[in-house]
Design a protein. Structure first.
Length: 312
């Protein structure tokens, strides 16, 4: 708000001030005062005292829009993104978290990862809710480069243990499965359609594991499995009432295929599998969470390979 406007500056050497609007003359003895003491607003009206409460009542400015897929939120996701494959451009933290030293932590994470320190901006917590689109931001949101999926041939060449997910649509399930796969040193394959992709919610659910695990997005999962078989992989699908998983040999190149909790494996995907394996249960629940089942199978492969001294 402009509090005291200035009129035209009088010419140098003039003995009298020029006439103001309406024929009024300035009082002799000097020019009229500037700033708040002038007593006039920008349009010549009376000045108004600045009311801080008006500023507090004003809505926060809308943050500059950033593509949703280029935003991540949460302490672990941002820390792992700094250690991962894609660049972190900007980090927004709440003013309260900045007072607790979260900005220093971000700088320490950057130095430890050997990457350039991103721009760090302290903002009101409401701004983080708008940017991240969630209350689950843990006082930190970051803008990152778009997520990069690896090529199918690279995945088959660089891994001997893979997790393929058939029509898993829940972001929490996908994120948890990525976390298991990363811990087991496995690559991940997901379909391009009718399945969850790597979104900010998936990154959060994976606790940042998505920033390290290799994920391929394929047009047709059954076709990919056949390609994997041609490359020397054995493909095992998880199914209820199938022979127990620990009776199978997972020492060689292996793909585990898990379906959605509601539907299981698709018909063609199941038909492509070399064998089906089951996880025995003693309770009344008829199925395990897909990420739990993934962990059971992946770590059994790790156990067998450790015993045989075969790398994943």
């Amino acid at each position: 708000m402009v509090v005291g406007g200035r009129g035209p500056i009088s010419g140098a050497g003039s003995d009298r001030a020029p006439a103001a609007r309406g024929g009024r003359r300035r009082p002799p003895g000097g020019s009229r005062p500037a700033g708040p003491a002038a007593g006039r607003g920008p349009a010549g009206g009376p000045s108004h005292r600045h009311d801080r409460r008006q500023d507090e009542a004003r809505p926060l400015p809308t943050p500059k829009p950033v593509a949703a897929e280029n935003l991540i939120y949460g302490v672990n996701p941002v820390r792992e993104a700094l250690r991962g494959r894609r660049r972190v451009r900007v980090v927004w933290i709440s003013a309260e978290a900045a007072a607790r030293g979260l900005d220093r932590s971000v700088r320490e994470w950057s130095r430890a990862a050997g990457v350039a320190e991103p721009r760090i901006v302290a903002v009101p917590v409401e701004d983080l809710v708008v940017r991240g689109g969630t209350l689950d931001h843990q006082s930190i949101v970051a803008e990152v480069e778009p997520y990069t999926y690896v090529r199918e041939d690279v995945l088959l060449r660089e891994h001997t243990l893979l997790l393929a997910l058939d029509r898993v649509q829940d972001p929490q399930n996908l994120g948890a499965a990525l976390r298991c796969a990363e811990a087991a040193g496995a690559g991940v394959v997901i379909p391009r359609h009718r399945a969850a992709s790597v979104t900010p919610a998936v990154v959060k659910a994976s606790a940042g594991a998505s920033e390290h695990v290799a994920v391929a997005q394929v047009r047709n999962l059954a076709d990919f499995l056949e390609e994997a078989q041609g490359a020397g992989f054995w493909v095992y699908g998880a199914a209820m009432d199938a022979p127990v998983y620990y009776a199978s040999d997972f020492i060689g190149p292996t793909v585990f295929v898990l379906g959605s909790e509601g539907e299981g494996l698709g018909r063609r995907v199941a038909s492509v599998c070399d064998a089906l394996v089951g996880i025995p249960q003693a309770g009344r629940i008829q199925s395990l969470n897909v990420s739990v089942a993934a962990g059971v199978l992946l770590f059994e492969a790790m156990r067998q390979r450790a015993s045989a001294e075969v790398p994943t």
